[in-house]
Design a protein around this ligand. Structure first.
Ligand SMILES: *[C@@H]1O[C@H](CO)[C@@H](O)[C@H](O)[C@H]1NC(C)=O
Ligand SMILES: *[C@@H]1O[C@H](CO)[C@@H](O)[C@H](O)[C@H]1NC(C)=O
Ligand SMILES: *[C@@H]1O[C@H](CO)[C@@H](O)[C@H](O)[C@H]1NC(C)=O
Ligand SMILES: *[C@@H]1O[C@H](CO)[C@@H](O)[C@H](O)[C@H]1NC(C)=O
Ligand SMILES: *[C@@H]1O[C@H](CO)[C@@H](O)[C@H](O)[C@H]1NC(C)=O
Ligand SMILES: *[C@@H]1O[C@H](CO)[C@@H](O)[C@H](O)[C@H]1NC(C)=O
Ligand SMILES: *[C@@H]1O[C@H](CO)[C@@H](O)[C@H](O)[C@H]1NC(C)=O
Length: 689
């Protein structure tokens, strides 16, 4: 229940009235003039006086509905920062408040009616610090079937956060008009218009405002690039969200808006206050040396010989490795946990050979059990799968490798069974860890039931990520929802082997920055050169374009971890040399910094990979830079991301910077235009005293 707050000290008849003199004078003059004109005039005077009283009363009301730096109107509210600039605007789209039903105690605004009917509405003001002001907003409908929608203006500032997406931009770029859709995790490699596998209900603006939507909200996100609004909607109709058992489908939209003095400090405040944090740093080896995956190179035709040859070549070309990743597919059927005896005639021997050469191996895994696998019957009999809505029958789902059941990770027995299968593989072959693939809600049936009912389907994603905890030293996940405290590597969804913003090379920095802002810091940028999917590869032959591959490799060397699949020796000696140069640079220059920052993540949750504005909080240019980033506060990286270019423009925020070539720059902020960067180079700058 909500606190019912009686109107404060001001009685309805007193209280400040301001800004009315002109109207008052006019009425007064009219009144004097009409006074001598008899009864009609008297009536007019009475009407005028009544109008004046009403007018002043509503002004008083409007004044009452200011609370700290927030102004409430019937159709929305605005928030100012401490110097009085309007930094946040929200419009009510599903109804307008009846301001006469509102009361105000300065820390709590409370209204009980809208033009659509009764409701509970409140805004509570909290000032947790001198420089931070927070507003808890809640609009609760009392009529079932009534959605709630508030529209946040995004004009006038830059926004960050929300979700991984297929076309990723930094800051967020919203195009067209989108009706509110469930804000739940999806595989954006297959469904490119959806929200991605890593998402949080959190946005941050360059005006030093942050908004966090409450977990309990059946939350839908839409937008409108004409009105320049993001539409935040709560509803239970035509959606994946369900009221909890025994509760009525009454939509409630609640969120916190916090305003600070600059974008970095408000973000730090929000992270410390509202985000989970990892409790340990994953395996240091993975930060130092590349992972080598079989996927982009061999796809599902991988076999024992190919794995051994791949490992032998890694050694032959003098590369280091953290581990070798045996990807899809090594089992006979999807849903089994044993090696396919045809493709892997002696898996034990393979693991022994790899171990003797110093290779640890991780295995690919996923939440599906296909109908043709031996475990399908086991799952049906023991109730391991997500079911159709009545809960009687397992639901069949279609995924990129066929049709089957999807394991219900809300069921402790399912979790135990799955974990025991993974442990068995681990002990039988001395497997190092697992690559946990999928986990998005887009692989659940549109209507389903799970053992523990899910109000928010993305909770399924969270339950799946928890499966990785026992294997977390080297485990990698590609999904996350409130999963920042799963101390694993989080991988970007499979990239296409293209240059652009749609899952291509240019999307890497925006995506890494976005998920960093969402609190995921142990980031794997996925495979160098992309996954080489048919029709999504820029190339003249089988391999990604050579120049694209080299630029991708250079950028990856400055990410928290590197992951190869297409090996450099598939090109030529020059590419091998460049790859050796950059894996060595990663090890000596990048990994030590990243590891130091990774240690801090456990305490602070702050990004390892940071946007330029992190150190240039009032620099309007820094808000828009999407092709440069910082590692910590003092190493700034500016890769070449354009085909055919051996130079680029580089923005240096204020400070004294030393380039990788040794030049000093201290007249900043400044642009270095057409700064030369050869094909085997990446530009980076160190902040110096
Ligand atoms: C943003 O939109 C609001 C409401 O439409 C408008 O009043 C304001 O002037 C706009 N601000 C900018 C900077 O465009
Ligand atoms: C947010 O949700 C929690 C429960 O998930 C609830 O206790 C809290 O009051 C909610 N906050 C608001 C502002 O509604
Ligand atoms: C308030 O916002 C304006 C406009 O974004 C900005 O220039 C000013 O520095 C901000 N003041 C504070 C105290 O954050
Ligand atoms: C597999 O290889 C091991 C040696 O690594 C050997 O002892 C075993 O007999 C082989 N198994 C089969 C079925 O060939
Ligand atoms: C992560 O945080 C959530 C609270 O949001 C808690 O319930 C969960 O147990 C934590 N998990 C780990 C692994 O720390
Ligand atoms: C690739 O494109 C060709 C021609 O447009 C089409 O026939 C083929 O089905 C596509 N392949 C895939 C995997 O989408
Ligand atoms: C491999 O690791 C060694 C030892 O740390 C290092 O000296 C060498 O440069 C690395 N080689 C490559 C190609 O990264």
């Amino acid at each position: 229940m909500y606190q019912v707050v009686v109107a404060g000290a001001e009685s309805p008849n007193v209280g400040p009235v301001g800004g009315v003199p002109s109207k008052q004078k006019k009425l007064g003059r009219e009144g004097r003039h009409l006074m001598g004109a008899g009864v009609l005039g008297l009536l007019l005077v009475i009407a005028a006086v009544a109008a004046w009283c009403y007018y002043t009363a509503s002004l008083r009301k409007a004044d009452q509905l200011k609370t700290e730096l927030l102004d409430l109107r019937r159709d929305g509210f605005t928030i100012r920062n401490q110097t009085g600039a309007v930094v946040f605007r929200m419009a009510f789209r599903s109804g307008a408040l009846d301001l006469d039903s509102c009361t105000n105690t300065r820390v709590m605004l409370n209204c009980e009616r809208s033009n659509v009917g009764p409701l509970n509405f409140f805004i509570q003001v909290v000032r947790p610090r001198d420089t931070v002001m927070c507003y808890r907003v809640r609009w609760e409908e009392l009529v079932a079937g009534q959605p709630v929608e508030h529209a946040m203006s995004y004009n006038g500032s830059h926004w960050y956060g929300g979700a991984e997406s297929a076309s990723q931009h930094w800051p967020i770029l919203l195009a067209g008009q989108q009706e509110p859709e469930p804000f739940v995790t999806s595989d954006i490699n297959s469904n490119r218009q959806q929200f991605g596998g890593i998402l949080e209900r959190y946005w941050l603006s360059s005006n030093a405002v942050a908004i966090k939507i409450n977990d309990s909200v059946p939350f839908h996100l839409g937008w409108d690039d004409i009105a320049q609004t993001m539409r935040f909607q709560a509803r239970y109709q035509d959606t994946l969200y369900k009221p909890l058992p025994g509760q009525e489908p009454l939509a409630e939209l609640s969120y916190r808006v916090c305003v600070g003095s600059d974008v970095t400090s408000i973000h730090k405040y929000m992270v410390r206050r509202y985000f989970n944090k990892p409790n340990k740093v994953p395996c240091e080896d993975v930060f130092r040396h590349p992972i080598w995956s079989t996927w982009a190179l061999h796809k599902t035709s991988v076999d024992q010989e190919k794995v051994l040859t791949y490992a032998a070549n890694i050694q032959k070309y003098n590369f280091n490795w953290s581990h070798l990743e045996l990807d899809d597919r090594y089992t006979s059927k999807y849903g089994e946990f044993e090696f396919d005896p045809v493709k892997f005639p002696n898996a034990t021997a393979m693991f022994q050979k790899l171990k003797a050469s110093g290779f640890r191996v991780s295995l690919w895994t996923h939440p599906f059990v296909n109908y043709d696998s031996a475990n399908f019957g086991v799952g049906v009999k023991r109730g391991f799968f997500v079911r159709e809505p009545t809960g009687k029958l397992p639901a069949l789902v279609s995924w990129w490798n066929g049709i089957g059941g999807i394991l219900d990770f809300t069921n402790p027995e399912t979790r135990d069974w799955y974990a025991s299968q993974l442990r068995a593989l681990k002990s039988k072959y001395d497997v190092a860890s697992f690559k946990f693939d999928a986990g998005e809600t887009s692989y659940l049936p549109w209507k389903f039931s799970s053992l523990v009912p899910l109000h928010d389907p993305s909770t399924f994603t969270r339950r799946y990520t928890e499966m990785a905890i026992p294997f977390n030293d080297r485990a990698e996940l590609r999904v996350g929802y409130q999963s920042q405290n799963i101390s694993c590597f989080f991988r970007l969804i499979d990239r296409d082997s293209v240059w652009g913003y749609e899952l291509g090379l240019k999307s890497l920095i925006p995506t890494v920055l976005t998920i960093s802002i969402l609190g995921y810091q142990f980031i794997l940028p996925d495979m160098i050169g992309g996954s080489v999917h048919p029709n999504h590869t820029y190339s003249n032959g089988q391999l990604p374009d050579r120049e694209l591959y080299i630029r991708w490799l250079e950028l990856s060397a400055f990410m928290p971890a590197m992951q190869f699949s297409i090996p450099p020796w598939e090109y030529d000696d020059k590419v091998v040399q460049i790859a050796q140069k950059f894996t060595a640079l990663h090890e000596t220059l990048v990994a030590p910094r990243v590891l130091e920052l990774a240690g801090e993540v456990v305490d602070t949750g702050d990004p390892i990979i940071r946007p330029l504005w992190w150190i240039a909080t009032h620099d309007a240019t820094a808000y828009k830079i999407d092709s440069q980033f910082l590692i910590g506060n003092d190493l700034m990286v500016a890769p070449v991301l354009e085909p055919g270019k051996q130079e680029r423009d580089i923005y240096l925020p204020a400070g004294r910077w030393q380039s990788y070539k040794g030049e000093y720059f201290d007249k900043g902020p400044m642009y270095l235009t057409d700064y030369p960067v050869d094909l085997d180079e990446i530009a980076y700058f160190v902040w110096t005293q």
